[in-house]
Design a protein around this ligand. Structure first.
Ligand SMILES: [Zn+2]
Length: 274
């Protein structure tokens, strides 16, 4: 059982033929579930449609920080409408990106907060994109009450560690192990992607080795971030096995154990199965 907790089947660079081929490849692979993650209104609509049509597909809807600048109240209203559709299990990907700075930082923060409002009101998990925000992402999550008693009370604590679960997913986590452990204590869940396989990335391997497995999900972020040995080529959900294998290696357990545990974690995190 494998759950790819973050992929873009909705990627706008695919032709329809390529997308259908990708879907058939996933169906012929060992991947059991995929979360198709929106990054703007159009891609969120496509993700929601995939979740409706494909039994193994769930969707997250949201506006990526790159697109915050052009967003209006109407954009937010559309995301809110999509978030309420069946098969849509999270708001995301939302957050801050000060690395590429494609939208002004104040616009990024405003859109981030408005979309956190949606998740709060609908009681939904959030999928967070955080790149070089220097702590602003966690600060805003705290200010918006995402680790408060009220938010946490809406979800059962982690069944294995008893740690409160705020249903906040830090997607493609790139911080240190100490930062990951601190975020977990707050109620966050850590998602590990393909870069854990990269030769120089001891930092993420340390994260993968040290955090409790019960607080870990795995993802591809396809078509981006292919794991080794496919680094630099287009990624797709079936390549997630290379990420699982690397995590298994650094933890000294079987690949199957990592796949099954992170799949169970994801089903619980997204409220698909408690
Ligand atoms: Zn993504």
């Amino acid at each position: 059982m494998i759950f790819d907790s973050h992929a873009h089947i909705n990627y706008d660079g695919y032709s329809e033929a390529e997308r259908e081929e990708l879907i058939r490849n996933i169906e012929g692979s060992g991947v059991s579930y995929v979360l198709d993650v929106g990054f703007d209104v159009a891609s969120s609509r496509v993700a929601a449609a995939h979740a409706e049509r494909l039994p193994w597909c769930y969707a997250a809807v949201g506006l990526h920080p790159h697109d915050a600048a052009g967003a209006t109240d109407e954009t937010v209203a559309e995301i809110r409408g999509l978030a309420a559709r069946s098969g849509v299990v999270a708001v995301g990907e939302i957050g801050l990106d000060y690395y590429r700075d494609l939208s002004p930082r104040d616009a990024q923060q405003t859109m981030f907060r408005k979309q956190l409002d949606i998740a709060r009101e609908l009681g939904m998990p959030v999928t967070i994109h955080d790149r070089d925000s220097g702590g602003d992402t966690l600060r805003i999550l705290k200010e918006e009450g995402f680790f408060d008693a009220e938010r946490v009370a809406a979800f059962p604590p982690n069944p294995e560690t008893g740690i409160p679960d705020a249903r906040v997913l830090l997607h493609c986590f790139s911080g240190t192990a100490d930062e990951a452990l601190a975020a977990i204590e707050l109620g966050a869940t850590i998602s590990i992607a393909g870069p854990v396989t990269y030769k120089k990335n001891d930092k993420t391997r340390e994260v993968a080795a040290r955090i409790p497995l019960a607080h870990m999900l795995i993802e591809t972020d396809a078509p981006y971030l292919s794991p080794e040995p496919f680094r630099g080529k287009p990624n797709s959900s079936p390549f997630i096995v290379f990420t699982a294998r690397k995590i298994a290696e650094v933890r000294g357990v079987s690949e199957e154990e990592i796949e099954n545990a992170t799949c169970e974690n994801a089903l619980r995190f997204f409220g698909i199965r408690d």
